[in-house]
Design a binder for this molecule. Structure first.
Ligand code: IMP
Length: 173
């Protein structure tokens, strides 16, 4: 069944906010940074954000297990590891959404064990009302209500990633 996505955050609004985030991240990391995108949901955000940074950047990716359907299964698994070492590096983790906080908790623990010089988190969307673990991001694009969102890299069963804007899907009765 097809569900019509309802626009929530427009492409120009996203681009404006991405520019602001990139300026803040560049200002906080004058020596440069290693950006780690969490696949697959962050790939569009990562591409736009990195092209707006004004400091040297190395780019790497991690893949973790993602949602099936519209709710978390409560379990995170690493599906693809980094190709670069991060010991002694200033690292910025780039996430699409922080929802319960379980994924971020898992990733922070794993990455901090590799002894980066610093580890900051940048997310496009934050759903603070859904948090189960009290963790937040250092750089947040937009705080949103508890809605299932798609677009701008974010999917529902692998669909809608190519929408240039963020939309939400109505939960079926
Ligand atoms: P958390 O572990 O509950 O914080 O969930 C983080 C991950 O769940 C995100 O990186 C997304 O992949 C996925 N997720 C959370 N909310 C949504 C949503 O509204 N739409 C699509 N994926 C979501």
């Amino acid at each position: 069944m097809d569900r019509k996505p309802i626009p929530l955050i427009s492409a120009p609004e996203i681009q404006k906010r991405v520019g602001q985030l990139a300026r803040r991240i560049s200002g906080d990391h004058p020596r440069g940074l290693v950006a780690i995108g969490i696949l697959k949901g962050s790939y569009v955000f990562m591409a736009d954000l990195l092209r707006r940074l004004s400091v040297p950047v190395l780019c790497d990716f991690l893949m973790v297990s993602s949602y099936r359907g519209t709710r978390s299964q409560g379990e995170v698994r690493l599906l693809l590891d980094l190709s670069l070492p991060i010991e002694g590096q200033d690292v910025v983790l780039v996430e699409d959404i922080i929802d319960t906080g379980l994924t971020l908790h898992f990733l922070k623990k794993m990455l901090l064990a590799r002894r980066p010089r610093s580890l900051k988190v940048c997310c496009l969307l934050d759903k603070p009302s859904r948090r189960e673990i009290p963790l937040g991001a250092d750089y947040v694009g937009f705080a949103i209500a508890d809605r299932f969102v798609v677009g701008y890299g974010i999917d529902h069963n692998e669909r809608y990633r190519n929408l240039p804007y963020v939309a939400y899907l109505k939960v079926q009765p």
